[in-house]
Ligand binder design. Sequence first.
Ligand code: ZN
Length: 287
Amino acid sequence: MKLIRFGIIGKEQIGVELADGSRIDVSKFGGDYDELFFATDGIQRLEDWIGRNQKYCATISDDVRLGPPIARPSKIVCVGLNYAKHAAESGMAVPKEPVLFFKATSSIIGPNDTVMLPKNSEKSDWEVELAVVMSKKTSYVSEADAMDYVAGYMVHNDLSERAFQLEREGQWVKGKSCDTFAPLGPFLVTKDEIADPHKLDLWLKVNGEILQHSNTSDFIFDIPHVISYISQFMTLLPGDIISTGTPFGVGLGFKPPKYLKAGDVMELGIDGLGVARQEVIEFQHPS
Ligand code: ZN
């Protein structure tokens, strides 16, 4: 199943994209795609509900805005430097164990929303990534059991202000958490639809030029390893996002580097997980 959320920002309703590409409004199912939904076997309950009620569900027109596919989760945990060629272009060694950092959940936006450069941005950059969504609460899970706790997968653009991330004191979180820096979607694809999440092509274009193109088979640390590893340090809750790292081809790695400016258009996609498109705009003070 492909879960979508649609409508105006902050008031999204829930929907499903069907196999033929059409989209239906399932808001009568009730609730949102949030912690409670995943914790109470929501994917299975929704599938059963659609089986009985699809004929009563309105179709969503193609021009309606898509929101992020899930409601704001408790956390976004990101893995840094999880592709060897990306570590090299960043001038960093391949890590001996996963590098983890947080991204503020307030940075989440829909897949085709505009990305706003932060105030005093100098080096805003793109990162196409496979994002994993958790289905159940877990801590200290083994690698062998880790995939039992996955709900599904989404496309994530882990936008990064490199000057804030790398040239200031302290942790990467400052360059990762700006408003609009986590476009998600177009949809959450449930785990059953992805035969092998370690064999997915992923790519990103800026202004039509392909700059990132790799495959999740190039992960240094695979998904079960990453989930098990994170769960040694914190409890993962239903709906939590784990972003699995970006491949070679970010702006930082070019000589000279390429960074985002207003008017640029990013397009990105992953096999089976759809395509997203974001236009970049100048900073505006929040209203
Ligand atoms: Zn990243």
